[in-house]
Design a protein around this ligand. Structure first.
Ligand code: UDP
Ligand code: MG
Length: 345
């Protein structure tokens, strides 16, 4: 189990906000403006854990700049782009708040909703997830495919994964501690959040368009994300083939019987090329699909067996014991190390 230095299992502050960022330089200013306005109004102790997921723009530099202004902003910099799910896991590992809210950097998750999430949490819910009532800014194709995906995974998985819900939610410390112990590498966070159980509830919100820049998810990435979700949380694609195979075998047997009887009655019949081709191609195609599906699962098993660390931290700014981490940071290309006296919340 990966235990980052400084992250304790006992909450020492009230609220942690976790934000994965990949090339979000143009959004950071607005993000902090709106987020801090909300958090300062709440009169509770907070931290904002920003995870720079190997951005190629000035995201990391800007984050560290903001940290000088507000030491409650803490910055984790990953050694390369690991993808949103892993960046989020890394951020969660480093939080110390009693309640933890993961959110996007592009202000598609309105910070104002945090107040509502907290109110529900205080009512005794361990997970309060934000459900998108509408998705402005996403085109028809994305809305439709996203909706279809949520319906499919909802039906296929044993775990009830809430529909139209992203990673924007509030998690109790208890839930975060459990997530930190999950060793799996294919991290479909929405599924993991649901798998944990406990008392969960939803609040509705309208999802605004991205503030600036473009979504880093193209349809190929989304397809792979969907596959990750389905394969991690359902064994139906793996098992369904036994039934399809069984069905086809029964049909083939009936057809064979029919052929035998027909030959006995009518004698030898030469034509049959079309039906033969159809049978061969159908079965061949299905066998390839089956093998592909085996590959999907096997590939993921292979990933798990390799047991590589989930992510590599290049620099951590603002966390307790971070000096330890920074010793391993190559300083030549990284930004200047943080100033002393930084371990305040
Ligand atoms: N993100 C990340 N690593 C990636 C891709 C995205 O940390 O490889 C972050 C991104 O900066 C943003 C969040 O994940 O804060 C959601 O990404 P995006 O807005 O591109 O996704 P969408 O809203 O279109 O689903
Ligand atoms: Mg977005």
């Amino acid at each position: 189990m990966h235990l980052p230095p400084g992250a304790s299992d006992v909450p020492s502050i009230d609220l942690s906000v976790v934000i994965p960022l990949f090339n979000e330089a143009s959004n950071i200013e607005h993000l902090f403006e709106r987020l801090e306005a909300v958090l300062n109004r709440l009169s509770l102790s907070y931290e904002i854990v920003c995870v720079d997921d190997g951005s190629r723009d000035n995201t990391l530099g800007l984050l560290i700049g903001h940290r000088y202004r507000n030491p409650r902003i803490k910055v984790l910099s990953l050694s390369r782009n690991f993808g949103k799910e892993i960046a989020l896991s890394a951020g969660l590992d480093y939080t110390v708040g009693a309640a933890v809210v993961p959110m996007d950097a592009d202000l598609q998750d309105p910070p104002e909703l945090i107040e509502t999430l907290l109110a529900k949490w205080r009512e005794g819910f361990s997970v309060v997830y934000a459900v998108r009532r509408s998705r402005q800014g996403d085109d028809w194709l994305k809305r439709t495919t996203a909706r279809a995906f949520y319906r499919v995974i909802h039906r296929m998985s044993d775990v009830s994964i809430p529909q139209d819900t992203g990673d924007f939610r509030l998690l109790d410390r208890q839930i975060v501690n459990i997530l930190k112990q999950m060793p799996e590498r294919t991290r479909f966070m929405k599924g993991l959040f649901a798998w944990v159980g406990f008392k969960q509830t939803a609040v509705l919100y309208d999802r605004p368009p991205r503030l600036d820049g473009r979504s880093s998810w193209n349809y190929w990435k989304l397809w792979n994300f969907a596959l990750d979700g389905i394969v991690s949380f359902s064994q139906i694609p793996l098992k369904i083939w036994s039934y399809i195979g069984l069905g086809i075998s029964v049909l083939a047997l009936l057809y064979a019987l029919f052929l035998v009887i027909r030959t006995l009655i009518l004698g030898v019949d030469v034509p049959g090329y079309a039906s033969l081709m159809v049978a061969v191609l159908t079965l061949g195609g299905m066998q390839l699909i089956t093998m592909g599906i085996l590959g999907e699962y096997l590939g993921r098993v292979y990933e798990e067996v390799k047991a590589r660390p989930l992510y590599i931290v290049r620099g951590a700014y603002g966390f307790a014991d971070d000096d330890q981490i920074e010793m391993r940071v190559p300083r030549r290309d990284g930004p200047d190390p943080d100033v002393p006296g930084r371990n305040c919340h």
